[in-house]
Design a protein around this ligand. Structure first.
Ligand code: GLU
Length: 453
């Protein structure tokens, strides 16, 4: 039997998660869930200066809001000893070596190579230093940074779950720097050590990491481990079809403020970039069951806020009263929620309709000619049994006495009873508005403009 799937989402806590990160997190979580495996949150906080604890908290909160529950959390800053241990192994085996060039020297060499039309690959001058030369450099106060020596003879290839066959010629890659002169870590090696130690079976990340994967493939091997499977996702683009700066700033805070439900984000991000349609599902289970990297294409995935808003409306229409009760005005019960839900694009707008039901409404400009109808309506309403479909009884009686029907009958009533010319089903609303208020509103409308009830 294949080993159980273990995935990880590995953000650096140097800012808030944006929609591209959220998508990566979601896909890692869905893939693990689909296979009954585990999903880890790995905080990539090797950069002590830029990492912030409030961002770590925000990352956890954002994932929780989306319904993404990690099965475990790891922190790179807690693992420096382990990285040093594996680093020492690699130094001993000759796969990691010290280099002394300054950034300016490296830059100059790169320019020379480019000027000759050659690929700007690091020339490994540091590997040719004698012990005495190294000692002399260190005596001048130079501290080495450390490079991982790529094996130029071994072509790098893997079957990417999204991109298919991927291949790199190591001779065209520079030996990557993995540790700085001050001992701090760059991203590449710690990530591989973690993926090995944490039993990661599937690495799912953006295609901006493809060339990192190429060098990391050799690090797995050098550390004696089989590499995990990789899925590199095409990046998101904005609705205008271009890589958009705006996407980098869109996070959970923005979506929450805009009244977007977590289920809408999940439903959309689960499907954009795939050959499957976006479905407004409140329950993520069917999305998880159908989640498959084989459905993803290599073309950028288009993220459209208008599409998100449309999916959101369709999610809101399905939410139970229980799911939203703590965001509704106090007293707004299940019947009222069900009555207004189909007319909402955001849960917060339920309050407007609750005010229409419970509060006072401004009488809308009624046509003079409708006044007798409204007068009659008030009289009929006063005598109705409100527990037994008052709207059907009221309109049925008015139809019979006035001969009006359709819009000529319903619109003046709606205007008088709600102050608006459109809105939720009147049968449900009228029951909620109640007899007393309905009669008052109908009388006020019949009496003329400017009255508030
Ligand atoms: N911290 C890295 C990033 O945010 C993780 C990349 C990876 O998934 O390996 O880009």
């Amino acid at each position: 039997m294949a080993a159980s799937v273990v995935t990880r989402f590995a953000p650096s806590p140097t800012g808030h998660l944006h929609v591209g990160n959220l998508r990566t997190a979601l896909h890692n979580w869905m893939w693990a869930r689909r296979h009954g495996g585990r999903f880890l949150l790995r905080i990539d906080d090797t950069d002590a200066e830029r990492s912030r604890e409030d961002y770590v908290d925000a990352i956890r909160a954002d994932l929780a809001w989306l319904g993404i529950e990690p099965d475990g959390e790891e922190r790179q800053s807690a693992r420096f000893d382990r990285y040093a241990e594996r680093f020492d192994d690699l130094v001993r085996s000759g796969r990691v070596y010290p280099a002394y060039e300054t950034p300016e020297e490296l830059d100059l060499r790169r320019k020379i190579l480019l000027g000759r039309g050659l690929p700007p690959v690091y020339d490994r001058a540091a590997l040719r230093l004698s012990d005495a030369e190294r000692a002399a450099l260190e005596a001048q106060g130079r501290r080495p940074h450390w490079r991982f020596r790529l094996d130029a003879a071994a072509p790098i290839a893997w079957e990417d779950r999204i991109r298919g066959h991927a291949q790199f010629d190591p001779a065209l890659l520079s030996d990557p720097v993995i540790r700085r002169g001050d001992g701090s870590w760059l991203y590449l090696l710690p990530s591989v050590i973690d993926d090995i130690d944490m039993g990661i079976t599937d690495v799912v990340r953006g295609e901006d990491h493809v060339s990192n994967t190429a060098v990391q493939m050799q690090m797995f091997e050098a550390l004696g481990a089989a590499p995990p499977a990789f899925a590199h996702e095409a990046l998101l683009t904005g609705s205008e079809g271009k890589l958009s700066k705006r996407l980098g700033s869109l996070g959970i805070a923005h979506f929450r403020d805009a009244g977007i439900e977590p289920q809408a984000i999940v439903a959309l991000l689960a499907r954009i970039g795939t050959s499957d349609p976006v479905e407004p599902l409140v329950d993520p289970e069917p999305l998880i069951a159908a989640f498959d990297f084989a459905r993803f294409g290599r073309a950028p995935a288009r993220f459209d806020e208008e599409e998100l808003a449309a999916v959101n409306a369709r999610i809101v229409h399905q939410l139970s009263h229980q799911a939203v009760a703590d965001r509704l005005p106090s007293g707004m019960g299940e019947a009222a929620w069900h009555a207004v839900r189909p007319n909402l694009t955001r849960v917060a707008d339920a309050a407007d309709w609750w005010a229409v039901i419970e509060g006072s409404i401004a009488t809308a400009g009624q046509d003079e000619a409708d006044r007798p109808l409204l007068e009659q309506a008030a009289g009929i309403a006063a005598g109705l049994d409100w527990s037994d479909q008052p709207w059907a009884a009221l309109t049925g009686a008015l139809k019979a006495t006035t001969g009006r029907k359709g819009k000529a009958l319903f619109l003046p009533l709606r205007l008088a009873l709600t102050g608006r010319d459109h809105g939720p089903d009147m049968a449900a609303l009228l029951r909620l508005i109640g007899r007393e208020r309905s009669v008052e509103r109908l009388r006020a409308a019949a009496a003329g403009p400017g009255q508030r009830f």
